[in-house]
Design a protein around this ligand. Structure first.
Ligand SMILES: [Zn+2]
Ligand SMILES: [Zn+2]
Length: 585
């Protein structure tokens, strides 16, 4: 970790302890803000400590914070932090990850029922000892149980937004090793899946020993789990396992195809090969000479195709199939019939329609957001801060919203070459009503309606709620439709087909929220929406500059759902987009 990241974690932890020990909100917020600022800072903070003024010039870093940063850079530790951490059991930090469980409730459970970690919480829930505590109604206890079950079920898989940067960093590093010829990541990561088991990396090289050695001794490796001539496995400090396989360069394509999978896709390809009197394995596509005992490569039989994936697909009389499609969801027959989708690409996205500023819980001023959108080459950016019910996100009252609309239009009038939309991410209440009255919504250029609370509602109610929002004449986009957080919160389970039908009927777009914690809609839901002809939006829900980079994950999810550019409103020209928005005004 860089010192910025380490410091950010220290300040997050301090904010958490302060909250758990009942410190005043101002102190808690100041620490949390410092953490966010440090995390997003692009300069290494250790280069700024010589002159404390440089530190305090950064918005969100006061004198006290600056002193602690200097203390950290000079001594490697912060005394305040150590003292605070000693005040609470570390297991309480895990409990803060459980949705619906805030610090005040955790504090009560800790002080009055001896809950100090997941294990003691589970035991207290089972024994029923929490039922008489203040604020812990039966509904909340039930929700906590469900959340714990969900987290336990999904553990062991890493979100793609964590795995992909790690894989890319490893590849960049191994590319420096002498003798390297080809290197790629494979597996579910290459297929763009939302979570990844292990990271699989394939390489070909003239110096296998050197490459394996470099792999096992990379920074971040905590354990070497195995090391053979062609395969090495390590565990990283991020907790994820990485396998490196060294394969023959002339058969790189065959190995890449095999290890990218999915298993079911590979089964279908092998069946096709057999029907064509061939045999397909990780070493190549071979003629089937009837000898099933010894594999063909072991008998020195020459492969029909092996060098590239394209060669193998071609020999199987198929066009190359994009990795995101290789899930045995009809891609081989589509390829056979020449009707594979022309999948959407990141470069086709021309607008961002869901973003936050400091008016609610974002880090941007309106001007900074516009600047960022311009630098990404977008022709349109929508400012969609939270509505009044999202109190924890500093949602805007009607008065503040009306002022904000003026400020957005004012800022927009000063820039050329980009359209600025005054919008809102308006809460959808549990009953399907929206958080602003219609006369207020009508003043906005764009309305994204999203569910944020009551996310453990039963499916039938959730369907009714979301269909009501989609059908609302002033709503353009349904934001993160289920509200799920991958590996953490299941979110709503509405009847997706009903949402899609309503979206088609009312010309409303369903969002693929590109934040890798959300990816909501998910791939299979996108596929259903694509089939039914619904419009989709791919938004990053940006709160900070780096969030714009998460567009990539939204695109991968869209591609896994077979989405083509024309069905995604963010690819449209400015005039086409504007026409669509105005139809609902
Ligand atoms: Zn939201
Ligand atoms: Zn948002």
């Amino acid at each position: 970790m860089s010192s910025n990241a380490e410091l950010a974690k220290i300040f997050y932890d301090m904010a958490a302890v302060l909250e758990l020990t009942g410190a005043n909100a101002f102190r808690v917020n100041a620490h949390a803000k410092a953490a966010r600022v440090l995390k997003d800072l692009t300069t290494d903070v250790s280069t700024l400590v010589d002159d404390p003024k440089q530190l305090t010039a950064i918005d969100g870093i006061g004198k006290g914070t600056a002193e602690r940063i200097i203390e950290y850079v000079e001594t490697g530790t912060i005394a305040d932090h150590r003292q605070l951490m000693a005040k609470v059991p570390t297991g309480l930090f895990d409990l803060m990850q459980i949705p619906g469980l805030g610090p005040r409730t955790i504090k009560t459970m800790w002080e009055q029922a001896g809950v100090t970690n997941m294990t003691t919480l589970r035991a207290a829930l089972d024994a029923g000892t929490l039922e008489d505590l203040p604020r812990l109604g039966p509904k909340l206890l039930e929700n906590i149980k469900a959340s714990m079950d969900f987290v336990a079920k999904s553990s062991g898989r890493t979100r793609i937004g964590t795995a992909l940067p790690l894989a890319e960093a490893i590849i960049t590093q191994l590319k420096q090793v002498k003798g390297l010829k080809q290197i790629e990541y494979a597996g579910s990561l290459r297929r763009g899946a939302e979570t990844i088991g292990d990271i699989d990396i394939l390489a070909s090289t003239t110096q296998p020993k050197q490459l394996s050695e470099a792999f096992r001794t990379m920074p971040g490796v905590t354990d070497v789990l195995g090391s053979g001539e062609t395969k090495s496995s390590v565990r990283l400090d991020a907790g994820i396992q990485v396998d490196l396989r060294i394969v023959d360069d002339p058969a790189f394509g065959a190995a890449l195809l095999y290890f990218t999978g999915s298993k079911q896709h590979n089964v279908r390809l092998r069946e096709r090969a057999i029907r064509m009197k061939h045999r397909l394995n990780e070493y190549g596509l071979f003629p089937n000479d009837g000898d099933s005992k010894t594999p063909p490569q072991a008998r020195g039989v020459n492969a029909v195709a092996a060098k590239t994936e394209k060669d193998i697909f071609k020999a199987l009389k198929l066009p190359w199939i994009a990795p995101e499609l290789r899930e045995d969801r009809g891609e081989i027959s589509a390829a056979d019939d020449g009707v594979l989708p022309k999948l959407i690409e990141e470069s086709q996205i021309k607008s961002e329609l869901h973003a936050h500023t400091i008016a609610s819980d974002g880090n941007f001023t309106i001007e900074a957001l516009i600047e960022q959108a311009k630098s990404r080459g977008f022709h349109t950016i929508a400012v969609t801060d939270h509505s009044k019910s999202s109190a924890q996100a500093n949602g805007l009252s009607v008065d503040r919203l009306l002022e904000h609309i003026d400020a957005i239009h004012e800022a927009g009038s000063k820039v050329k070459g980009i359209t600025i939309l005054a919008g809102s991410e308006v809460d959808i209440h549990a009953d399907g009503s929206l958080d602003y009255e219609d006369d207020v919504l009508a003043k906005l250029d764009i309305v994204v309606a999203s569910p944020h609370a009551s996310l453990q509602q039963e499916p039938a109610k959730a369907t009714k709620r979301l269909v009501a929002a989609i059908s609302h004449p002033l709503v353009h986009i349904l934001g993160h439709p289920t509200g799920r957080i991958i590996n953490r919160r299941e979110g709503l389970s509405p009847d997706i087909d009903a949402l899609i039908a309503a979206a088609v009927e009312h010309d409303t777009a369903l969002e693929i929220n590109a934040n890798f914690m959300r990816l909501d809609l998910r791939d299979t839901h996108v596929r259903a929406a694509v089939k039914a002809g619904s419009l989709l939006a791919i938004n990053t829900d940006a709160h900070t500059a780096s969030d714009f980079d998460s567009l990539h994950y939204g695109i991968l999810t869209a591609r896994r759902g077979w989405l083509e550019a024309n069905q995604c409103v963010n690819t449209w020209s400015a005039s086409k987009l504007s026409k669509w928005l105005k139809r609902k005004r």
